[in-house]
Ligand binder design. Structure first.
Ligand SMILES: *Cc1c(COP(=O)(O)O)cnc(C)c1O
Length: 469
């Protein structure tokens, strides 16, 4: 007599199925096999419990669903149709091809990361990048660490442990991801002395707050918000001068980290590192993956004597960057040092693309989709993009994209279907339409968008689940 257990199909029927085997390259064969085994174990368990065994097609669909879910759990590329150039959720700045090539070439082998080739002995991992950073900022010395938050922590830990840091009330910021300046100050063992009012702080507020215990006058760039109207803050030059007079260190958490004038890309003026250094600020901390357009890192620029002290802090060992980041950062900075190559930084390429060029691509995408005769309204549209990543909250960048009104589902449902596509496409919903802003979409991705939209719009009729996409 045939037992139900025998009806459970063998593993190899699944692993040799083309639909299942398609996941081998993405997840690895052993992961695919163990997924199949899990599904079959469940089937056997329910057979033992007396339930009928599901047929091959049903079990295969279950396997595919789990594989698609597993694929979604890995770090994968997405198409950014949200129109936010430095979106922290999408990994901020895309890297320049030459920066990536440098990281790939050096990562594949050994390097002189901490080796002095002339002396034949141990060298410093920070020295090589230092000359590029000094050239671009006018600073005497620099240091690269894990991110800007680490840079701030390191500066405070080095100079302000058990001492006081004077900060204007209007600059006690929280940036994304729970990074609150007052908390970081506390964590570093520094005592925060708030001065001024929320909207106004004057130089005499810093002067009055000064005491023998003061270590730093700190400025913080209000990256992601603006106070407008009846406001006053002490500018970098005045604060630096006062700090010198009172013999304390002036420190600016600049965050966004522009190395060049952004007005050339149609944005508002943003203080550059060179300007803050020229204004006399002793130490400036910035992010590498915001307006700089490089890999995630934090950079401290400033006085040579102060950076020498920072480099002796044992905490640096825990915050240091690896060779891949240093290679990618050096590759990015090289483009700044050859100004006619600055456009190779994807962030600047995207900023510079004329709206008309985006509109043309939008028309082409719409035309291709109309040919496929799917029941939806698809139109090119003008949009507004933003820099994001906690930078330039007021910047509205004229942009263009496509607006899709599906006939069989809501814009939210369509957005979910596109997120389930591989690669996922992230749009935004506005006035009941799904908008895909093209400013952050690489032209090479247009064909993928056409394909995914065509599939997503016929989902209800032919596509049964996300893994069919
Ligand atoms: C973004 C930002 C930070 C944090 O930078 P990370 O590189 O993300 O750590 C700190 N301070 C300011 C002012 C910022 O804008």
């Amino acid at each position: 007599m045939k037992t139900p257990l025998r009806e459970v199909p063998p593993v190899h029927r699944f692993t040799t199925d083309p639909g299942v085997a398609a996941f081998d390259g993405v997840l690895g064969r052993s992961a695919v096999r163990s997924c199949v085994q899990t599904v079959l174990d469940d089937a056997r368990a329910s057979a033992r419990a007396g339930s009928p065994v599901a047929g091959f097609d049903i079990l295969r669909a279950d396997v595919l669903k789990r594989l698609a879910a597993a694929q979604g759990h890995g770090l994968i590329g997405v198409i950014n149709g949200a129109g936010i150039l430095l979106h922290t959720n999408f990994g901020r700045a895309p890297l320049a091809p030459s920066a990536l090539a440098a990281a790939a070439a050096l990562g594949a082998g050994y390097t002189n990361l901490e080796y002095d080739l002339d002396a034949g002995k141990r060298g410093s991992r920070y020295d090589r990048i230092d000359s590029q950073l000094r050239d671009l900022s006018g600073a005497q010395a620099t240091l690269v660490v894990n991110n800007c938050a680490a840079a701030v922590l390191l500066v405070l830990d080095t100079f302000a442990r058990d001492r006081e840091v004077v900060v204007s009330r209007g600059q006690l910021i929280e940036i994304g991801g729970g990074f609150r300046l007052p908390d970081v100050l506390r964590k570093s063992g520094a005592k925060l002395v708030e001065v001024g009012a929320t909207n106004k702080t004057y130089a005499y507020d810093y002067r009055n707050a000064w005491s023998e215990r003061t270590a730093l006058f700190m400025r913080s760039h209000p990256s992601n918000y603006r106070i407008e109207g009846f406001t006053a803050e002490v500018d970098a030059k005045a604060l630096a001068a006062l700090a010198k007079e009172l013999e304390v260190i002036s420190f600016e958490d600049l965050g966004s980290g522009a190395l060049v004038e952004l007005e050339q890309f149609g944005l508002l003026h943003e203080p550059t590192v060179a300007e803050e250094i020229a204004a006399g600020i002793d130490l400036v901390a910035v992010s590498g993956d915001k307006l700089l357009g490089g890999p995630q890192c934090g950079i401290i620029f400033g006085r040579a004597d102060l950076l020498a002290t920072i480099k002796r802090n044992p905490l640096l060992r825990a915050l240091r960057v690896d060779k891949l980041i240093l290679a990618a950062l050096a590759g990015t900075l090289q483009l700044y040092l050859e100004p006619d190559r600055l456009d190779e930084v994807p962030f600047f390429t995207m900023l510079k693309t004329p709206v008309d060029a985006l509109l043309q691509r939008a028309h082409a995408i719409c035309a291709a989709l109309r040919e496929k005769e799917i029941g939806a309204r698809i139109e090119p549209c003008k949009t507004e993009a933003a820099t994001g990543g906690g930078t330039l909250p007021q910047a509205r960048i004229p942009s263009a994209g496509i607006a899709v009104l599906a006939s069989d589902c809501s814009a939210d449902e369509l957005a979910a279907r596109l997120r389930a596509a591989r690669p996922p496409i992230i749009g935004r919903v506005e006035n009941a339409a799904l908008i895909i802003d093209l400013r952050c979409v690489f032209p090479r991705e247009d064909a993928t968008i056409i394909d995914a939209l065509a599939r997503a719009l016929v989902w209800g009729t032919t596509v049964k689940s996300p893994h069919d996409l």
